[in-house]
Design a protein around this ligand. Structure first.
Ligand code: SF4
Length: 673
């Protein structure tokens, strides 16, 4: 069944929304000619994205009609990893999958089935709808979706109960902005003009990032910290606030708990000690702290760069606690900006089954889960909205697991990804231009309905269609379950809070709460039991290996001294769109580090540690700090000379809070290849 059934006339424009894993949720105007997408541009429905979009999604037609697009169901005919498949019918493909699932459940129990997904199609319809109903009813293993935002999520929840945060439109009111671990020029581009407007009005901009990002070039103070040292830097600012008379004691007394415990943990971190650990200048750290403490409104934009290491949870907590200690709330443009996905207060009442008490597998330990032959082994892996072969830590372990002949792997995808090459059965999925979705911005506070723009290519089908049919074949369908994508969409709309559902149905977008511009501690309050910020949640202190706000030192050794990071780029949304042609990928290295190794621009290099190696070429730039090197996030295996990406050098160790991935803890050496 096609997702869109209308007949598409000659050239016309269709309004929809981008649901990809990006904070902005752009409203789109798509030009269609003779049933084919010819251009994608921004529309003005979302006032924040206001008519322009990123270069990534402008290229989406190349994915829609490209050579890598999956058009038909197929089964494997050659070795795993070699992408040799033969076309089959949907009937055969779904019949085989149902048979293998039933057999695995009968012999090994439901937990031998592992659904594996993340934000590849980030809308509310394409994840945690019929897929969740199916896997819950099956009694499958549950997946902890922790590859991104788990430590920041745990921190925000522990401190403020995920209170709504400052809106983009209020950024220009800020007189000081601290951009911490975020590079909106690459992801979430619509924040950039608001920050620049604040600067035009006189705001001080502090950027904390190991790289001289585009906004760092325009910053008043740039602190190029060593990866993983954000925690001592944030604690040094706390120490300054508490011990030099800049803490807002009236606010702390009235609206927080745990300030004294935080103060104790911050006390050892003088500017000098934190600066030495972070490899920055202590005077500049003091200047940044003074600029933040003395300004009002003052805003912290907390990103995700600081969470991707062993200290990521505590670092995110310490950063997010700063506005409470400094008393920056209660004024428009002041406070913090984090993920705003919880602002709408949506639960998912449309999932047709309660969550079973089955085992939970952390997605950052997929390799281990696939290798571990015990209790019970994973026998069926169902991957959708995800490209685990390149996006999850410890790549070799994952690839080895995917090669297991006694593992039955289904990959339900839009294009032939590196993960799909290992599938036993490949199912073609629709893109957001071929079906319905509901896109919720997690930076911009927006909720919009996405509609099919063109008919599905080939035999691609929606998640709702496929998971619904699998439920039927597995005997798991219940009366009242929606059938197919259209019914699923109507079901979800009917179960959203009434005004939101009707707004989406009637207008295509919903009116945001607090007019989309909540003021923290004025319009919105911590969603904690006593409406106070909890600066030292005891349960998180117990959960954290070294204790909350306790620094775990840099894992560098003399053998592997360089920190390898993999930040988001302007080419891909995670690994989505990485199949499109791009200029050659290079390892970015500081000229000083290159000279010390006898490397020149363009040299072929091997980047290695005890886990493995990557072959690439090097490009030199002073815009990365010495001791840190960088390859872009979201690379596919085709982008390096030996088919391994940064995750080949990343262990599956977890962050101190939230079970996140320690991508930036890879310590490596580089030499001429
Ligand atoms: S990826 Fe982000 S910036 Fe690009 S079109 Fe989608 S929402 Fe907009």
């Amino acid at each position: 069944m096609k997702s869109a059934t209308s007949t598409f006339a000659a050239e016309h424009n269709v309004a929809t929304v981008c649901p990809l894993d990006c904070p902005d949720s752009c409203s789109l105007e798509v030009t269609v000619q003779d049933g084919r997408v010819t251009a994608i541009d921004g529309s003005h429905v979302n006032p924040i994205t206001d008519g322009y979009i990123c270069a990534k999604v402008r290229r989406f037609p190349e994915r829609l009609y490209g050579a890598d697009r999956l058009l038909y169901p197929a089964v494997r005919t050659g070795g795993k990893g070699f992408a040799s498949f033969k076309r089959v019918t949907w009937e055969e493909a779904l019949g085989t999958i149902a048979e293998r699932m039933l057999a695995a459940r009968a012999q090994w129990g439901g937990e031998s089935i592992l659904p594996y997904s993340y934000g590849g199609s980030n809308g509310l319809l394409t994840q945690d709808t019929s897929d969740a109903t199916l896997f819950r009813r099956l009694g499958a293993s549950r997946l902890a979706r922790t590859v991104c935002a788990a430590p920041t999520g745990a921190a925000n929840l522990g401190l403020y109960g995920k209170m709504a945060s400052v809106a983009y439109q209020d950024v220009p009111d800020a007189k000081a902005i601290v951009l911490w671990g975020a590079n909106p020029s690459a992801s979430g581009i619509h924040l950039v003009p608001y920050i620049r407007e604040a600067q035009r009005r006189g705001a001080v901009l502090v950027v904390i990032d190991p790289r001289t990002t585009p906004l760092a070039r325009h910053a008043d103070i740039h602190l190029a910290v060593r990866p993983g040292t954000d925690l001592p830097v944030a604690l040094a600012i706390h120490r300054y606030l508490f011990e030099e008379g800049h803490a807002d004691t009236a606010f702390l007394d009235a609206h927080t708990r745990g300030a004294e415990r935080l103060r104790e943990r911050a006390h050892p971190w003088t500017f000098e000690r934190a600066a030495a650990e972070a490899g920055i200048d202590a005077d500049r750290l003091r200047a940044a702290s003074e600029a933040y403490a003395s300004a009002s409104p003052a805003l912290i934009r907390c990103g995700w760069g600081q969470e991707r290491n062993r200290n990521g949870g505590s670092a995110s907590m310490a950063i997010l606690a700063l506005p409470a200690v400094a008393g920056k709330f209660g004024v428009r443009g002041g406070g913090y900006m984090m993920s705003n996905s919880a602002t709408w207060g949506l639960t998912r009442p449309w999932i047709g089954a309660d969550e079973p008490a089955t085992r939970v597998i952390n997605m950052n330990r997929l390799g281990q889960a696939l290798a571990d032959e015990t209790n019970p082994p994973v026998k069926v892996l169902f991957v959708y909205n995800n490209n685990a072969a390149v996006t999850s830590p410890h790549q070799q372990k994952i690839l080895k697991g995917l090669e297991r002949e006694n593992l039955f792997t289904v990959v339900f995808e839009q294009v032939m990804t590196d993960t799909a090459r290992y599938a036993d059965v490949v199912l073609p999925a629709t893109t957001f231009l071929e079906g319905y979705d509901i896109a919720r911005g997690y930076g911009a506070i927006s909720l919009q309905l996405g509609k099919p723009v063109v008919e599905a290519q080939g035999e691609a089908r929606s998640n709702a269609d496929v998971f619904g049919e699998l439920m039927e074949r597995l005997g798991l369908r219940s009366e009242g379950d929606p059938s197919g994508e259209l019914e699923e969409m109507l079901d979800v709309l009917s179960k959203l809070p009434e005004s939101i559902g009707s707004d989406l149905r009637d207008r295509g977008s919903a009116a945001p709460p607090f007019a989309g511009r909540p003021v923290q501690f004025q319009d919105v309050w911590p969603l904690t039991p006593d409406r106070k910020a909890n600066l030292f949640p005891e349960h998180l202190d117990a959960e954290t290996p070294a204790g909350l706000y306790s620094y775990q030192p840099d894992p560098a050794t003399a053998e592997y001294p360089l920190a390898l990071i993999s930040p988001a780029s302007e080419r891909t949304v995670s690994s989505t769109l990485a199949e499109l042609p791009r200029p050659d990928v290079h390892l970015l290295m500081n000229p000083g580090d290159a000279a010390a190794r006898g490397l020149v621009e363009g040299a072929a290099v091997r980047i290695f540690n005890a886990l493995g190696e990557i072959r690439s070429t090097v490009t030199l730039g002073a815009w990365i700090r010495p001791g840190t090197i960088s390859l872009p996030k979201g690379l596919w295996r085709r982008h390096t000379a030996n088919g391994y990406t940064t995750n080949a050098l990343v262990s599956d160790a977890l962050t101190d809070l939230g079970g996140g991935a320690c991508f930036n803890d890879a310590r490596v050496q580089v030499e001429r290849a």
